[in-house]
Design a protein around this ligand. Structure first.
Ligand code: NAD
Length: 317
C-alpha cells in the first residue's frame, strides 16, 4: 500500500494537494507535515506531523516508523522571500532536497515528487514559448536552487535509480491558502482586494506577462505525473508545464467585469526585476507527449471559479 508523506504541507500548494491526495488514496495513506506546528488544525482529516525537513534524523525516523513509500517534498523558500535571505533560502532549498534524495536511495523509496519552477530560466532564456531544454540562466537565488535541484534529481535517477519526478510550475493561483512569498503572489492577492471592495496596488508593471496556472490544474498535473508509468517519464530533471499567461492589467480587466468600481495602481518594486527575466510563455510539448498533460483553466474560467468559491474560504485562511 502507498503511504505518502508531504513536506511543507501548510503552504499554498500543500493545502490543496493534501485534500486531493486524501480523496484519491484515502486519508489513512496520507501524512501531512510542516515545520509550522500550528498547521495541524488545517488537516483534521488526516495525520499531521510537525517536521523540519532539515532534520535528517527525524525525517528518517518518520519515514521508517510510518512505512512511508513516497514523499512529496514541497518545503522551500519562494522567489521573492529568497532574495531577502539568500543564504538561508539556498540552504533550505538545496540541503533538504539532497537529504531526501539520499534517504530515497538508502531506504529505497518508491517515488519522490519535487516541484521546480519557471525561475530556472533567466535573462538569456527565450521569452516566448520557452522550450523544455532552453538555456537556463537564473539570476535569483531561488532560480539557482531550482536549476541545481533539477540536476540533482536527474543525477539521483541516473546513478541511483531514485524515481524522482518533477514539474517546473509557473505562478500558482489558488484561493485556499495565502501565497508564500513568490513573485506571482499578486495574482492571488488581487482577488482578495477585489472582493473586499478595496483598490489594488500591483508590485509588477501593468504589462508584465508571466506564465500562470490555476491550482486545480497544478494538482491534477502532479497526480498525473506521479501516476504515469515509469517508462513514460523521459524527463528526469523537470517538466515544463503551461496553462495560461497574463499581465496584471489583463487580470484586472477580467475582475472589472465582475467589480466595475475596482481600481488598480502600479508601484513596481524589486520583484519587477525578477519577473522581467522570466519567460512569458512556456512550451510544454514533452509533458503533453509523455503523460498526456492538458490544462483545463484559462483566465476567464479561473476568475469565475475563484469569485464563486473564495467568499466561503475567507474565514479559513
Ligand atoms: P509556501 O511558501 O506557500 O509553503 C511552503 C511551506 O513550507 C510552508 O508551509 C512552510 O511552513 C514550510 N516550510 C518552510 N521551511 C520548512 C522546513 N524547514 N521544514 C518543513 N517545512 C518547512 O510554498 P508553496 O507555494 O506551497 O510552494 C510549494 C513548492 O512549490 C515549493 O517547492 C515551491 O518552490 C514550488 N513552486 C511554487 C510556486 C507558486 O507559485 N506557489 C511556483 C513554482 C514552484
Amino acid at each position: 500500500m502507498d503511504k505518502i508523506l508531504v513536506t511543507g504541507s501548510a503552504g499554498q500548494l500543500g493545502t490543496e494537494l493534501i485534500q486531493k491526495l486524501c480523496e484519491v488514496y484515502g486519508s489513512e495513506a496520507i501524512i501531512a507535515s510542516d515545520i509550522n506546528h500550528n498547521a495541524a488544525k488545517k488537516f483534521p482529516f488526516c495525520s499531521f506531523i510537525a517536521l523540519d525537513v532539515m532534520d535528517q534524523v527525524s525525517l528518517k525516523k518518520v519515514i521508517l516508523s510510518e512505512n512511508v513509500t513516497q514523499v512529496y517534498h514541497l518545503a522551500a523558500v519562494l522567489s521573492a522571500s529568497a532574495e531577502q535571505k539568500p543564504r538561508m533560502a539556498w540552504d533550505l532549498n538545496m540541503d533538504s532536497l539532497l537529504i531526501l534524495l539520499e534517504l530515497a536511495k538508502e531506504l529505497k523509496l518508491d517515488k519522490i515528487f519535487w516541484p521546480s519552477s519557471i525561475a530556472v530560466f533567466g535573462k538569456e532564456s527565450p521569452k516566448e514559448n520557452t522550450g523544455q531544454n532552453a538555456v537556463q540562466t537564473p539570476n535569483t537565488v531561488y532560480g539557482i536552487s531550482k536549476s541545481a535541484g533539477e540536476k540533482w534529481c536527474d543525477y539521483y535517477y541516473q546513478h541511483h535509480q531514485v524515481d524522482v519526478r518533477s514539474i517546473r510550475f509557473p505562478g500558482l493561483i489558488g484561493y485556499k491558502a495565502k501565497p508564500g512569498g513568490g513573485t506571482t503572489d499578486y495574482a492571488v492577492d488581487i482577488f482578495h482586494k477585489a472582493l473586499s471592495g478595496e483598490s489594488f496596488e500591483s508590485f509588477l508593471k501593468k504589462d508584465t506577462r508571466l506564465p500562470m496556472m490555476y491550482m486545480p490544474d497544478a494538482i491534477q498535473a502532479t497526480l498525473d505525473l506521479m501516476e504515469a508509468p515509469k517508462e513514460h517519464i523521459t524527463v528526469r530533471s523537470s517538466y515544463n508545464l503551461a496553462a495560461m499567461s497574463f499581465t496584471p492589467e489583463e487580470i484586472y480587466l477580467e475582475l472589472k467585469e465582475y467589480f466595475p468600481d475596482f481600481n488598480i495602481n502600479y508601484v513596481p518594486d524589486y520583484r519587477q526585476e525578477i519577473a522581467a527575466n522570466w519567460p512569458q510563455s512556456i512550451n510544454d510539448l514533452q509533458a503533453r507527449k509523455d503523460w498526456n498533460w492538458q490544462s483545463k483553466f484559462d483566465l476567464p474560467q479561473m476568475t469565475k471559479d475563484i469569485i464563486i468559491n473564495l467568499p466561503n474560504w475567507l474565514n479559513k485562511i
